[in-house]
Design a protein around this ligand. Structure first.
Ligand SMILES: Cc1cc2nc3c(=O)[nH]c(=O)nc-3n(C[C@H](O)[C@H](O)[C@H](O)COP(=O)(O)OP(=O)(O)OC[C@H]3O[C@@H](n4cnc5c(N)ncnc54)[C@H](O)[C@@H]3O)c2cc1C
Length: 452
C-alpha cells in the first residue's frame, strides 16, 4: 500500500502532522503501537492536570471559610474522572481521524530502508515520512527504576494506594507539579534537586523559582536544592544518599518518583539507513520547518529534541503537515511554557539575565497580583507578572506566577510573536475585572506609571 505521508507515532505531534497533511489533500496513514494520544493525553499533561485541578479546588474551598462545607478528595473517584476525560478526548481524536480519512495502523512501525515502513510484517511505502515517536523515561544509574517503589511520574500517578512518604527526584516542571499534587493528597513530600534552585529551566526567572519554593515549603514540602543524591537501597524503603552543601545525609521514603532523564524513542527505526542525523543524545536534528537531513523525512515532538512539551509537539506537527502540503510554514519564535503548581506559572521568551549574557539590553517591569482587583475576588492575591522590554520597546520575555497565569501568558505570547511594541499594546483595553488586566497594568507602568 502506498501513502503520500506515513506518520510513525500517534501522540500529539504525530496527530497534528497527520490531520494537517490530510487537510491539505494528502493520503495519510498514522502508525501507533500503543494508544492514540501518546504521552500527553494518556499519561502526562491531561491526567496530571485533571488531578492537580481537583487538588486546587479542594485547596480553594479549604482556604475559604465563608464556604460552609468541607472538601476531601476521593482518590478512586478522582482517578475514574481522570480516565473518563482521557477517553472523551480520545473519542474526539478518533472522530477527527475518521473525518479526514486517515488510516490508523495498529502496531510498531519499523524502518529498514528508504521509502518503506513495516508494520506487523507488512510493507507500506511513502512519499514523506514523519517520525513522531516521542521520548520515554530513562533509567539512570543513580536512580534505577524498578516499577515498584522507584518509578516514573506516570506509574506514580496511577498507583491505587499511594504510600505516605514520597521522594521526588528533580525540581523541574514535572517535579513541582507532582509535589503539588501529592502534598494536596496529604502525603509527606520531599523534593531533591541537584541545581541550586527549583525550576532550573531556560526562561524561568529566579524570582518565580523562589516563590514556588516558598509556597511548597509553606504547604509542608521538604525541599533540598544543591543536593547530589543517589539511591543506595530500594527494598521496603527507598534510601537516598544525599550530599547537601553542608552535610551528607540519608533520606528515606516509601516511594521515589524520578522526574529527570528522558531519551528519544527511535527503536526499530534505522535512522542511519535513511540518512537522518541525530544529536549526541540521539534526538533527531530538525530545522524550523521540522525537516530532517533527509528531505523526505520530517521529525516532530519530543523525538526532535527540546523543549519536550506537547505545546511544541503540536505546533511542530502542524508545521510539518503544512510543509508536506506545500504551505510555507515555520516554527514560531516563541513557545510558551505552562506549569500547574498550586499557583499557576506561565513563561515565554527570555529572562533579563539570559538576555544580558547574550549582550542584549533590556528592562524589567513588574506588577504584583495584589494590585489587580480580580485577584482579590478570586481570593488569590499572591504572585506577579514580570516582563522584559528590549531597547526597541518590544517584549522579549515574560514570567508570571498567579491565578490564571497559564492563560495570561498566551496573550503575551501573541503580542511577542507579532512583534508588537509596548506602545501598540497601550492602545488595547482589556475587560474589567479580569486577571488579564495585569497586562494592561504592566504596559501602563512601562509607558507612564501605575494606575492600580
Ligand atoms: C508528568 C508529565 C506532565 C506533562 N505535562 C505537560 C503539559 O502540561 N504541557 C505540555 O506541553 N507538555 C507536558 N508534558 C510533555 C508532553 O507529554 C510531551 O512533550 C508530549 O507528549 C510529546 O508528544 P509527542 O507526540 O512528541 O510524543 P508522545 O506523546 O510520546 O507520542 C509518541 C507516540 O509514538 C508511539 N510510538 C513510538 N514508537 C513507535 C513505533 N516505532 N511505532 C508505532 N508507534 C510508536 C508511542 O506509543 C506514542 O504513542 C508532560 C510530561 C510529563 C512526563
Amino acid at each position: 500500500m502506498h501513502y503520500d505521508v506515513i506518520i510513525i507515532g500517534g501522540g500529539v505531534g504525530g496527530l497534528a502532522a497527520a490531520i494537517r497533511s490530510a487537510e491539505l489533500g494528502k493520503k495519510v496513514a498514522i502508525i501507533e503501537k500503543n494508544e492514540i494520544g501518546g504521552e500527553c493525553i494518556n499519561r502526562a499533561c491531561i491526567p496530571s492536570k485533571t488531578l492537580i485541578d481537583t487538588a486546587k479546588i479542594v485547596n480553594k474551598i479549604l482556604k475559604s471559610p465563608w464556604i460552609a462545607t468541607s472538601a476531601k478528595i476521593n482518590y478512586n473517584l478522582m482517578n475514574k474522572f481522570k480516565d473518563d476525560i482521557i477517553e472523551g478526548i480520545k473519542d474526539n481524536l478518533y472522530q477527527v481521524i475518521n473525518k479526514h480519512k486517515i488510516d490508523l495502523l495498529s502496531g510498531k512501525g519499523e524502518v529498514k530502508n528508504e521509502g518503506e515502513v513495516i508494520v506487523n510484517g507488512k510493507v507500506y511505502t511513502y512519499e514523506n515520512l514523519v517520525i513522531a515517536t516521542g521520548s520515554e523515561p530513562l533509567s539512570l544509574a543513580d536512580f534505577p527504576l524498578n516499577g515498584k517503589n522507584v518509578v516514573d511520574p506516570w506509574t506514580a500517578m496511577n498507583m491505587t494506594n499511594l504510600p505516605e512518604n514520597i521522594i521526588i527526584v528533580g525540581g523541574g516542571v514535572a517535579g513541582v507539579e507532582l509535589a503539588t499534587l501529592f502534598r494536596a493528597l496529604n502525603k509527606n513530600v520531599t523534593i531533591i534537586e541537584l541545581m541550586p534552585r527549583l525550576l532550573p529551566v531556560p526562561g524561568i526567572d529566579i524570582e518565580i523559582a523562589n516563590e514556588v519554593k516558598k509556597r511548597l515549603e509553606e504547604k509542608g514540602v521538604r525541599i533540598y536544592v544543591n543536593t547530589k543524591s543517589r539511591i543506595i537501597k530500594s527494598d521496603d524503603k527507598v534510601i537516598f544518599q544525599a550530599q547537601t552543601p553542608s552535610s551528607n545525609e540519608e533520606i528515606s521514603g516509601d516511594l521515589a518518583v524520578i522526574t529527570i532523564g528522558r531519551k528519544p524513542v527511535t527503536d526499530g527505526i534505522d535512522l542511519k539507513a535513511i540518512k537522518v542525523e541525530t544529536d549526541q543524545r540521539g534526538y533527531i536534528k530538525v530545522d524550523n520547518r521540522a525537516r530532517t537531513s533527509n528531505s523526505k523525512v520530517y521529525a516532530v515532538g519530543d523525538v526532535a529534541g527540546a523543549p519536550l512539551s506537547a505545546t511544541k509537539a503540536w505546533r511542530q506537527g502542524i508545521v510539518a503537515g503544512d510543509n508536506i502540503g506545500n504551505r510555507n510554514s515555520q516554527m514560531p519564535k516563541y513557545i510558551p511554557t505552562s506549569i500547574f503548581a498550586d499557583l499557576e506559572i506561565g513563561v515565554v521568551g527570555s529572562t533579563l539575565e539570559e538576555l544580558k549574557k547574550n549582550g542584549i539590553n533590556g528592562r524589567e517591569v513588574k506588577v504584583n497580583m495584589k494590585e489587580i482587583p480580580r485577584a482579590w475576588t478570586l481570593n488569590e492575591t499572591e504572585g506577579f507578572l514580570k516582563i522584559v522590554i528590549g531597547e526597541d520597546n518590544r517584549i522579549l520575555g515574560a514570567n508570571m506566577i498567579g491565578e490564571n497565569a497559564t492563560e495570561v501568558i498566551n496573550t503575551i505570547t501573541l503580542a511577542m510573536e507579532l512583534s508588537l511594541k509596548i506602545d501598540d499594546l497601550y492602545k488595547v483595553q482589556f475587560s474589567h475585572p479580569t486577571v488579564s488586566e495585569i497586562i494592561t497594568e504592566v504596559v501602563q507602568r512601562a509607558i507612564v506609571g501605575e494606575i492600580y
